[in-house]
Design a protein around this ligand. Structure first.
Ligand code: SF4
Length: 273
């Protein structure tokens, strides 16, 4: 069951690898609809994730966070590109939200790489300043490095860049190939068995001890990286297991494969363990 709810489909970035349909293809949820979703999630989860689009663009964000505060979730995650927090005053506004964590995605260690994926000049500078402001006020940050065709060769530099920040967790993942990511497949899509070859050295470079891998099935990972796999992190329907997975000794702890990935790259990479 899903534990996230979008607050808006508006976004101030235009990422080539965005898996969410653009706003013109979807109507933004009303405040009432958002409250209904929050109540629904509270019935079966102590954790809620607010996402989008860019959730901080919802003009009622503070009202929504206040509503959530009264629901006593054990953890509230805000999946944001952090550009709103470029302005320190916006960080101060969320300080009173209990158990709040910011999740943010990084594509590159410099403006050329990051902005070429967000297609939004200045996004790197605003994001990094936003992250620095959040760290200044001790708001926990989970940084997600989304590896795709344009940036996976730069993973070592990206990890070295992150070493200067006190981040609660780093997650390395690959994209769901839907919406923009699918439209831009020639710039986004890469075989995950190729990407995974870059991961061992990159993880060794990190000074963060809290690293996880999402959406890299065990059979395409070097053995020493199995310990980093988070297992399944997406709902059924988005994640698939193929016939070859039957009888695999790692199926219970495996992430599964993005169904959207199988549609594009097929199933030849995956062999039972
Ligand atoms: S064969 Fe299937 S279950 Fe086993 S590791 Fe690969 S993807 Fe996962």
């Amino acid at each position: 069951m899903r534990t996230y709810t979008p607050l808006t489909y508006d976004c101030n970035d235009n990422c080539i690898s965005c898996p969410v349909p653009r706003k013109k293809e979807r109507k933004n949820p009303s405040l009432k609809e958002i409250y209904i979703e929050i109540d629904k999630i509270k019935k079966y989860s102590e954790h809620i994730e607010l996402n989008g689009g860019e959730p901080t663009l919802n003009k009622d964000l503070l009202k929504i966070l206040n509503y959530i505060k009264n629901k006593n979730f054990k953890e509230t995650s805000l999946l944001s590109n952090c550009q709103t927090f470029y302005n320190e005053n916006n960080v101060k506004k969320i300080l009173k939200v209990p158990n709040l964590k910011i999740i943010t995605t990084l594509y590159g260690h410099n403006k050329n790489l990051q902005d070429s994926i967000t297609r939004n000049p200045g996004s790197f500078e605003r994001k990094i300043k936003g992250i620095e402001n959040l760290i200044k006020y001790k708001i926990p940050i989970e940084l997600r490095i989304l590896l795709q065709k344009k940036n996976y060769n730069e993973i070592n530099e990206i990890i070295k860049f992150t070493n200067q920040y006190k981040l609660n967790k780093i997650i390395i993942l690959n994209p769901k190939l839907t919406a923009c990511a699918l439209k831009n497949i020639e710039y986004v899509g890469e075989k995950i068995s190729i990407i995974s070859k870059k991961l061992s050295y990159a993880i060794k470079l990190s000074n963060n001890k809290n690293i996880e891998l999402y959406h890299f099935p065990h059979c395409i990972l070097p053995h020493e990286l199995w310990q980093y796999s988070k297992g399944q992190t997406s709902i059924k329907g988005e994640i698939c297991f193929i016939e070859e997975c039957n009888g695999c000794s790692k199926q219970k702890v495996c992430s599964g494969i993005w169904c959207s990935y199988l549609n594009k790259f097929g199933k030849d990479e995956f062999k039972k363990i």
